[in-house]
Design a protein around this ligand. Sequence first.
Ligand SMILES: Nc1ncnc2c1ncn2[C@@H]1O[C@H](COP(=O)(O)OP(=O)(O)OP(=O)(O)O)[C@@H](O)[C@H]1O
Length: 129
Amino acid sequence: MKPISELMMNADPSIRDEFIEPRNQRFTYSEVQRITNSFSNVIGKGGFGTVFSGLIGDTRAAVKMLSESSAQGCREFQSEVHLLMSVHHKNITSLVGYCDEGSHKGIIYEYMANGNLGMHLFGNYLIIF
Ligand SMILES: Nc1ncnc2c1ncn2[C@@H]1O[C@H](COP(=O)(O)OP(=O)(O)OP(=O)(O)O)[C@@H](O)[C@H]1O
């Protein structure tokens, strides 16, 4: 797992300069569009919204966009960003950055290639509660 600073340093230099520290991990919506190649690759869906695959330089990222119909809403978006900004642990997905531009709200995470906890506990079975 690469630390955020290394991930940023390995990014394509043409976009890296725009992304690093001064703006404190905040991405514009057009940067998020570029990272996700205009939201072309969906990798999952959660209570918060849709999760897209993205690339920062040659490093893969997961971009979770808050859907307007999300029951979790804006406050949860803010608490998740604040929490991930302050908590760093090897078992918690790292925050790469966030986007908060009007109704365009999203969180950019380090991409986890090995699936989620549910998949490890239950394999690929479909579980219906
Ligand atoms: N960092 C990530 N790397 C790779 N895939 C991810 C990542 N984050 C989410 N995903 C994919 O997107 C799916 C939905 O994730 P998400 O966190 O939105 O849903 P969730 O676990 O149901 O959470 P919640 O309902 O609390 O928002 C996951 O099951 C996973 O397949």
